[in-house]
Design a protein around this ligand. Structure first.
Ligand code: ZN
Length: 478
């Protein structure tokens, strides 16, 4: 009797597997296999990038790890593109369609953290992957490789490109790559971001502009002859006071932040130099520009009051993301095919401990597939240089859970999850979802046309112009 039950169970199990596999078309089943085949390599690369935690334009080891793995897998790699030593393009295949995928890999300063659910630096004062870009770059490469393997099997035709895009967090490296026309021959671009939920992302982001303000005065003894001094830090204080009054008179969608980088060195010298990094954002570039103009005019006012000279330098500015709902719908279908991420008890406890440590309700993970949202006119949130790519080629965006619900982003908690199985699971899930979406694009030219038509309609008459100074990107000197 026992034996009969056993065989019945095995039979049912096979039936179940057969039905489950039936649901997934062959090419997509092959994608899952490819990602699983590369699983241990992808996890190792991601963990190495996590450990290096290299910041803006310093990501030499991280970008090399990705570029080398792409090359090892048969991609042609062009390293150091658009004047950035750590930017690269890895290409496989030929002809159309040309589908590309973005990979970031830069870390954030000052948030080093061990892969544990309580706050403790891996290396005190050092950087950490508080935005999960170790997973971002590696997960995207995993997807590109799965597509390449399908091409090798002769199942799909066209070109796959992986863009290694440095310094997302500080200088927005993609702007220089866009300015150099690197997406000009691409039909559709795919991107994702580590998150605390799973969704085909059809929300835009905020446009922003960064500029530097410098004041130049005259140094003097702060007590013996202050009448001989003209204080650069007086101008800086007057300027920030003006900014803070101005806040009341801008639209609620506007955000202004500044970072005082130099306000003088010692207390007994009237400072002859002061410097501030200024950032303005709005949900639309068109709303941000007049605020930017006004903030530049105010610099002169502060300089007149303090009787000092000033200089304003543009650092860079980025566009809000141009949403593509037709693309989002394709991604959504593939998420529903894949289903939710399943966590072990150990992982759930790790997540709950993080929530406890960061003062959030201990509810664990949001790992269900969210329904496709309506696109909001004025979304909240941050900014990304994916925006600039999205005004040059239709872009499909994905968010995948790599940290527990409500985790404070850009924090130690995100670093912790990105260096262990919670982050790895999200990363491999993203590889699969993005590669499955690309399969649809390679198989169905009509879908690509539909996505392109929506892009053209949404872009309207806007003529894209990279918002950066002439010349090369601001690569630090060594
Ligand atoms: Zn990020």
């Amino acid at each position: 009797m026992k034996n009969t039950s056993f065989y019945l169970l095995i039979c049912l199990l096979f039936c179940f597997i057969a039905t489950a596999q039936k649901k997934l078309p062959k090419n997509k089943a092959q994608i899952l296999k490819s990602v699983e085949d590369h699983k241990s390599d992808l996890i190792n690369i991601s963990d190495e990038i996590w450990t290096h935690a290299e910041t803006a334009f310093e990501e030499y080891q991280s970008s090399k790890l990705l570029a080398d793995y792409a090359e090892k897998n048969g991609f042609k790699v062009e390293y150091g593109v658009a004047g950035m030593p750590t930017a690269f393009v890895a290409t496989y295949g030929s002809g159309s369609p040309v589908i590309s995928i973005l990979g970031e890999f830069d870390a954030l300063p000052g948030i080093s953290q061990k892969a544990q659910p309580t706050k403790e630096a891996l290396e005190e004062g050092s950087s950490g992957h508080g935005c999960g870009h170790n997973l971002f770059g590696t997960g995207s490469l995993g997807a590109a490789i799965a597509i390449k393997e399908l091409m090798e099997l002769g199942k799909i035709k066209g070109t796959i490109k992986f863009f290694g895009t440095p310094s997302e967090e500080k200088y927005f490296g993609k702007i220089w790559m866009v300015r150099d026309g690197l997406w000009d021959d691409v039909d559709v671009n795919i991107s994702w971001h580590p998150s605390s939920s799973i969704e085909a992302d059809v929300q835009s982001s905020l446009a922003l502009v960064d500029f530097k303000v410098e004041f130049f005065g005259q140094a003097a003894h702060a007590s013996a002859d202050p009448w001989n001094g003209r204080s650069a830090s007086d101008a800086l204080e007057l300027y920030t006071t003006g900014i803070n009054y101005y806040r009341e008179h801008v639209k609620p969608t506007v955000r202004m932040h500044y970072h005082i980088q130099d306000g003088g060195q010692v207390v007994n010298v009237v400072p002859d130099y002061a410097r501030l990094w200024m950032r303005v954002r709005d949900t639309k570039r068109s709303g941000m520009l007049p605020v930017y103009e006004r903030l530049m005019e105010m610099v002169e006012g502060a300089a007149i009051m303090a009787n000092v000279d000033y200089k304003i330098s543009l650092i860079s500015g980025i566009y809000e993301v141009l949403v593509n709902r037709s693309g989002g719908e394709v991604m959504q279908k593939n998420l529903e095919l894949l289903g939710p991420i399943v966590y072990t008890n150990e992982e759930i406890n790790f997540g709950k401990k993080i929530q406890e440590e960061t003062g959030k309700p201990p509810v664990g993970f949001d790992s269900k597939i969210k329904a496709l949202e309506d696109t909001r006119e004025n979304p909240g949130g941050g900014s990304t240089d994916v925006g600039d790519v999205s005004w040059n080629v239709p872009n499909i965006n994905l968010g995948v859970t790599t940290a527990p619900k409500d985790t404070p982003w850009h924090s130690w908690a995100v670093v912790a999850c990105g260096g262990m199985s919670i982050g790895h699971k999200g990363m491999l899930y993203a590889s699969k979802a993005m590669a499955m979406t690309m399969v649809d694009l390679f198989e169905n030219p009509k879908l690509v046309e539909k996505i392109k038509a929506e892009y053209i309609e949404r872009k309207g008459n806007e003529v894209y112009k990279a918002f950066i100074p002439e010349g090369p990107p601001p690569i630090p000197n060594h």
